[in-house]
Each structure stands twice: as structure tokens, then as C-alpha cells.
Design a protein around this ligand. Sequence first.
Ligand code: PEP
Ligand code: MG
Length: 905
Amino acid sequence: MSEIKRVYFFGGKTAEGNGSMKNLLGGKGANLAEMCSLGMPVPAGFTITTETCVEYYKNNMQYPANLKEEVEASLKNVESIMGMKYGDAENPLLLSSRSGARSSMPGMMETVLNIGLCSDTIQGLIKKTGNPRFVYDAYRRLIMMYSDVVMEKAEGVDPKEGKGIRVQLDHILHQVKEKKGYKSDTDLSTEDLIELCDAFKVRVIEVLGNPFPDNALEQLWGSIGAVLKSWNGKRAISYRRIENIPDEWGTAVTVQAMVFGNMGDNSATGVAFSRNPATGENKFYGEWLVNAQGEDVVAGIRTPNPLNEATKNNQNKSLPSLEIAMPVIYKELDAIQKGLEDHFTDMQDIEFTIQNGKLWMLQCRVGKRTGLAALNMAMDMLHKGRIDEKTAVMRVAPVQLDELLHPILDPKSESKANVIAKGLPAGPGGSVGRIVFTAEAAVAAAERKEKVILIREETNPEDVEGMRAADGLLTARGGMTSHAALVARGWGKCCIVGCDNLNINLKAKTIIIKGKTYKEGDIFSLNGSKGLVYDSAIETMDASENPRFVEYMSIVDKYRVLGVRTNADTPEDALNAINFGAEGIGLFRIEHMFYGINSEQPLAKLRKVILSKSLEERMTALTELEPFIKQTVKGTMKVMNGKPVTFRLLDPPLHEFVPQSDEKRIELAKELNISLEDIRTRGESLHEINPMMGHRGVRLGITYPEITETQFRAIFEATAELMQEGFEPQPELMIPVTISVKELDNQKVICDRVHAQVEKKFGIKISYLYGTMIEIPRAALLADEMAQTAQFFSFGTNDLTQMTYGFSRDDIGGFMNDYLNNKIIPFDPFQSLDQSTVGKLIEMGIKGGRNTNSKLKIGICGEHGGDPASVEFCHKAGMNYVSCSPFRVPIARLAAAQAAIKEYK
Ligand code: PEP
Ligand code: MG
């Protein structure tokens, strides 16, 4: 035996693993072991560890030595507990082989069921079950799954769209059904199934060049290998990228005795949640199908039955519930789900099968849920004393808060619109966009920043990238527990599934609903909370303040140490941010008053400043500009009354404000009463080869001290006026793009002079802070010196990342994906802080700065200030606050609280 244990057995009421071993056994394997130990009815099996998967890849896809012996030993245990023998002609055991990563990746990897059916075992199983129809039904499913997963996907065969073996075999199945006039798969007779299996095997050889293996052991190892390989399948990789799951984790493989939900009308299969995953409602919720295998429910091929009477909806109200159809089993299942929720103290997503009237548990895991459901469940469990406050804070992922703040369809405008179809409300919120029919079209539209609604026949994990890109999802088939519904819910997407009456023509890119044809590009609106589809653009509105959200956030703030400010430059944004809980403004970019609404007048004045030919002319223009700066600065400080506002002096290179086109230049020449030639010459003289590293930030203030002076004066005067009006403004003046304390000293002279003048003019004392951005590595390296003059630092991690990588933040679109796809860098450092490099500079900067001034106030104002992982880093690094856009303020608050709780765990 090797020293490393690679295979963990579970069965009967014992298990070698347990629920805490997710890293090694994957979520599925760990929880199966736990359920076994809890005495729940779990078919025996064993789990091959994630470490084995990592080894397998390192070892050029060779199984480690000894794996075979360990698998064989565990298989013997399974056989003895289940009272059957794998590959045996008389009493054959069948197996399943399933994936299971540390964190759940629903539907993104492969599964093979019914392994072990071959010429040697088929007759034995028929004799044993007395049910040849069942045996051949299982066999045709095995051929289809095995040829698709093991012989095609795992072998890297990449067929053209619509030519894959599964599609081809499905086509044969449809042809038979059509020829015989059958509506459902259950209409197929034993003879039909025998013929179908033969036809399948012939097609497998034709398409893949190899026969479907007629040997139980070959099938077992083929299936184990295919599950390992599916870790690196296309959709698994895409999903990992989106969910930030490391490639290095690997998947576990759980091999388990098969139990059958398709043995007749006394058999069934289902998926359930201990609470409603879309709303969080505390009702046992799920779907089941009689005489079916699990894949039929999750693949969304049939619209399934409701689990109980209390959770029926419009789509399934006429279908029998499990509660009525099999009351004894329902009671047993209900007790198990309650036991599991109590044991794990969290909402459980469970899979079960009923074989000839006996209930078997196939899986349990913490269920994916929408942001709304996460919040409602956390608060409900907290109020009932099931979890404590810290656990409640940890129960909602920071990004999920985004969903709660997401728009819904405006009920007023919705009430006037025409409902064209109804489906199941799988993911809440509203979505308005142009309809598309393929994942590719959705991705392309997202790149063009267009909102689209992706319409699909049924939910298919292959669409994962398109699902991510689309604003809303609409499918004709499938239930609330289908993979797409699960995934969409995890991402907080507006999603409607199982919407009948959709007649999709993929080729023509049209859809017919109630006799009316719609084409790609037409606008639809979805109400994902009610499952309603509209063929018009309905206005959207922000979800109104949910009292539970407010209560939750007040608990969150109890555990937060890090301050949370916002990046805002208008009174409106500032107000918005305060409503989201911002404790100040960490970045007010002065230049933003020259873009967007109401910018015409100040922009004209700034242009006059830029185009001035002499100091005198420039001073005059600056005098005209100053009141505009004062007005917006004052308006914002008024809204932020009593809270700090960090004003960052003009940062971009000046040429950005000179119009580029002749048409605009002619307009400007007229406006300023100067010649077109003058504008052209000045524009050209300002032109820079590399403006991001050119004449910008403090460098402008060094060259044109009068520009700095005007800004200081506007800020101080606004402060003085507000003080006279009874407000409590707290200005902080911030110098951008610095590299040396001498720059800070240079500008401080101006600051001191203007400050004294304004104090004198108004006859009051004005307090303020003077500080700098740290956004160039040199400044971080010289932080101890910078802190001799600066009273605060704010890390500008947009520029700091740009300068550390040497990647232009404006031009990364051209190559970032190549870097990610080739795994040269693991993630986009402009989205999430690269802690090992940029983070190192920050840590050095903090250390250096606080060596000089232990009270130095330190924050971050780059985009990373709203990214949960980066917020956690900032907390650990000892910053005082993070600053982010208003909508991300709640996210940052929660991320900061979670960072603090994790630290004290
Ligand atoms: C930064 O560089 O991180 C920053 C906040 O400044 P800006 O994005 O305006 O360059
Ligand atoms: Mg910057």
C-alpha cells in the first residue's frame, strides 16, 4: 500500500471521510461520507481524492501507482455492503462515477451513470429485476453518456456544432419516437429499447471509430478517467474563471453503487432544497419525476412535478406532488432534510432517488441561492437563534449584495405591458434587452456593452459564458432546479425557465409565441421574480430599501473595523453613497466636473485656461473658472456635512480637454474668439506620445502653480462659506501622481499661502488635511519621506497596477485575454488587487509612512476598493478605509466585516 491514501470508502453507517474533508474529497464526497455517518440511507461507494486528480495531471494523465489496488479494495467493500458484485453475471452491481470539486461547480463537469452494463451482466440484471425494459433503458442511457463523456469529450474530440455523438444519438431516439408516434421516452417498449441500443452502438463506431466497450472494468476506468479529465473541460474552465476557482484544486471522483429511479411507477428521482433558493422562504422546496433518472430533472428535459402542495406554482399546479403520490416516503425525506439543515445549520440542496419504494440520498450540499434568499435565510436563522451574528454576516457573499440593489421592472409600467408568456421564476429582478439565441451572440453583445436576453430551448451548461454575458435568461424547458437555473441564481441573474409556448427556431433565429413571430434583436422584458415575459421595453427601477437589508447591514457594521468611503464627484452621487452607508468621500476627482452633464460652462472656461498664451490670460481665465469649481465642491461638501471629503487636484493631461475634430475646434474658436490655427497649434503643442506618463497630476501644478492655486482657493472658500452657513465641512486636499516629497512641499507652499488668505478674508479658522496619492512605485518606495509632509496617503491602485505591470490601463483590452488564456497571469490585476506585487508595494508604503508618522491616515481609492478580496487585503494591511463607487459601498462594508471576522476566527 502506498503511504498516501487516495481512496475513501463510505457505506452502511460508516465512512472513512467526513464533512470537513471537502478539500480532499470534494463537496460531494465529503458530504456523502457525513450523511453515511449520520445514519442516512446512502448507497455505498468511495471517493478518489482531489490530490489524485492533481497527481494525474502532473503525471501526464497516468493514474498513480497503487490507485488500482485501493479502488479494488474499496469496491469489494461496496459489493459486500450492497450485496452485489460488479461485473457479475448473476447479481451485477452497477456504479456511477461523478465529479466533485471543493466548491460546487453545478453541471460543469461530467458524470457517467449505469456503469457495468455489458453482455456479461445484462441478462443477470434482467433476471434479478424481472424488468427487461428497465435494463435496456439503463443500457441506452449508459451508451449515450459513455460515448459522449468518455469516448468523445475526454478524448478531446471536438465535433462541429450539432454533430456531437450525444446529439446524433438523441436524433436517433427522436426518430424512433416520431415513427412510432410516442410522446414520451416512457412510451418506448423493451423491443424499441433493444433496437435503440443496437443502433446506438453502430452509430458510436461510425462516428468515433471505436466500439462502445463491452467490459465492466474497462467502463469503470474509462469513467473515472473521464471525470478527472472533465476538470479541464471547456465549460469547467470557463466557470472557474468566472468564479475565481483555482485551476490547481482538481476534482475528486466519487464512484457509488447505482440506485434507480427508473424501475417503474414505484420509483422516482428528485432534487430539493430545504428552503426556497430564489426567495429564501422557509418551505421545503423541490421537484421530482416518477420513473426517471436524476439527469432528467437537472438537465431540464421534462418540466418536473412539485415536491409538495405548499410550493406548487402556475406551471406545475396540475401535476401530482410527492407529498400526495408517496406520502410515507415524503415524510421520511422531509425528516431527512430537516435533519440535514439542522446538522449543517444552512440551507441544503439535496438529490434523492426512490427505488422500488425505498428512499436513497445521493447528495447534499449547501445550496446556491440568490442574494435576496441569502439575506432572508441569514436573518431568519439569526432571529430563530440557529446561527449567531458573525455567522449571519458570513452567510451573504459581498457580490450578492449587488443583486439586492439591482433594478426590478417598474410595476407601473409593467402593469400596462402585455404578458406574452409565463415561466418559472428562477432568478429574481428585472431584465430588459434584445433577444439572442446563442451563447456566442450574448458574449458578442456584452462586448459591445449591449444588454441582451439569452433565449434557449433548454438549459445547458455549455452556455455558461453566454449565460454570464446575458442580462437575462429565458428557457422553454427545465425546472427551478435545472443547472442553468442554479447557475443563474448563483450569479443573481434575472432568469425564467420552463416557459412553455415558446417555439424556437434556432436556424432562422426566430421565436414564435402565441402565433406571433419575434426575431433576434427584438426587445423583451423579463420579470424574474414572477416568471413573466413581455415583448416591449419596460422601465426599470431600483429595488426599494428592504428593511431586512438595512437591519442586516447594521449588524455587518458592528464587526467592521475598516472605514468605507466612496468615490464621488457630484452632490447627487454623494447623497446616493450616503444612503448606501458611505462614511466620507475618499476620492473627488476635480476633473469630473468637466465631463458629462452640466459641464459645458466649466469646460469652456477650462479650455480658455488651457489655450491661454500668457500667464495673464491664464490668470483671467482661472478667475472665471474658480466659481464653477467652488460651486460643485461646496455642493458636495454640504451633502457630506460632517464627513471627510478628499479632493484630488486636476489629474489628466491637459490635451484631453482640447477637442480633436476640426468641427469641434471651429466651434471652440468661435466661442473663445480666437483663430482655429491657434487652437490647432496649442493642441499640437500639448500632444504627448505617452500621456499616461506625461504632463499630468502634480506635474501640471509644478508647471502651472496658478492652476493649483485656483483649486485650493475654491476649496477653502467653499469650506469657509459652509462654515459660515453652519455646516461642518471636512476637506482633505490630495496631490496626485507624486514621486517625491519635494513635489508635496512645492505645492504645500501654495496651499499655506491660499489657506492663510482665505482664513483672513473670512475671519475664521479652517482645518483641513493635506495628503497625497500613492500611485507610482517610487512614491511607495519613498513613503517614509512622503509622510514627512503628507498627513494622509491614498493608494491609487489603478495607476499603481499600471506602473507595476507596465500595462497601460487604457490598452489592456488588446492582450489581457491572451495573458489569462495562456495562464501567464491568473486574473486581471485591474479588477482584483495583485497582492503579491502591487500589494507588496502597498505594504511597504504603509510601513514606511507609519514609520515617519504613526498616525498617518491611509486609504485606497483605486477601483480595487470595491472588490471583496482586495478589501480583505486592505483590512489586513492596516488601512483606515477603502473608497469605492457608491453602488459598491455595501459590498465593501460587508467584505470589510467578513475580513475582520475571519481574522478573529
Ligand atoms: C488610481 O490611479 O487608482 C486613481 C484612483 O486615480 P485615477 O483612476 O483617477 O487615475
Ligand atoms: Mg491615478
